[in-house]
Design a protein around this ligand. Sequence first.
Ligand SMILES: NC(=O)c1ccc[n+]([C@@H]2O[C@H](COP(=O)([O-])OP(=O)(O)OC[C@H]3O[C@@H](n4cnc5c(N)ncnc54)[C@H](OP(=O)(O)O)[C@@H]3O)[C@@H](O)[C@H]2O)c1
Length: 313
Amino acid sequence: MKAIRYSEYGTPEVLEYLELDDPVPAPGEALIAVRCASVIPGDWKVRAGNLRDMFPLSLPTIPGRDGAGIVVDVGEDCDWTKIGEEICFVTEHVEPGSYAELVARPRGMTIPKPPNIDFAEAAAMMHAGVCAWIGLVETAQVSAGQNVLVHAGAGAIGGMAIQIARETGCHVTTTCSASNADYVRSLGAHRVIEYDRGNFEELVSGQDVVFDLIGGDTHERSCRVLRRGGTLVWLIAREFEDVSDKYGVACRQAVIHDRRKTLERLAERVAAGILKPQVSGRLPLDRAAEAHGRLERGDNSRGRIILEIGDGS
Ligand SMILES: NC(=O)c1ccc[n+]([C@@H]2O[C@H](COP(=O)([O-])OP(=O)(O)OC[C@H]3O[C@@H](n4cnc5c(N)ncnc54)[C@H](OP(=O)(O)O)[C@@H]3O)[C@@H](O)[C@H]2O)c1
């Protein structure tokens, strides 16, 4: 199979486009012909070696945290799918990933592809949707009537988070650049704070929940806009000093997992047309390095960059 692989940590140039042996599905696994794979910020951070303590890789490795494709073979005792089924999957950073023509996955790391979206949107749904769901639903436990501030609403996770909070019945404020204000409104944000035109902490107050996808000084600034007793939920981004006690707010990490129940709840809402995964651009598999470069420079918004394998359809 054709795949992207790297043998050492480094710049995007360490990503090689190679011919590798096809994976063989283990008992209970399906072999998936990948049509689309997402490129996520974690992919470049792992490749650069920035997260090597958290994700100890055995190199060489194939990157890619999620994707979507078609089952082309099954291992022994694999009775949960059949050849031809359209499927979405996740792979852990420490496993052979999705930047490849083929990947083998057990049932627990897959869900059927919602029929109303294409493979690119299906890939974009997976990790981005899971992170937004775990952050707002499982960690913050948002409920109708709450005021929720979602940072980085024009990003892949933020875009899903806006939709989840809106569907729950929250009043949703989000931060993004002025150029993306109309875009985040189209996803359901009630109020938009353009971070390049003003400081959100001077414009917002009394929030029940802040979803912080940025870190650094955004952490303290977010504590200031929460009501006392409010909740700040964070994902690993820029390092920050936890000052939540000083402001009388709770600070909770959204710890990302890939439990199938969570994948299913997400996919149900996508299948019902309630949530729409966002795709910012499409590139062929052999241009993975270009996609990494764009993410690393902060040159991506409005959803996931998708690597298409074959024609991606
Ligand atoms: N396990 C974990 O903890 C975990 C899991 C997944 C992701 N993450 C982290 O979560 C972060 C977000 O991931 P993602 O996939 O959503 O990234 P993404 O799609 O690349 O999002 C980038 C977005 O960030 C926005 N942004 C940049 N600076 C901003 C600021 N000062 N205020 C508001 N928005 C700003 C940009 O908005 P504009 O385009 O409008 O400038 C851009 O749309 C990343 O740092 C990622 O590594 C952590």
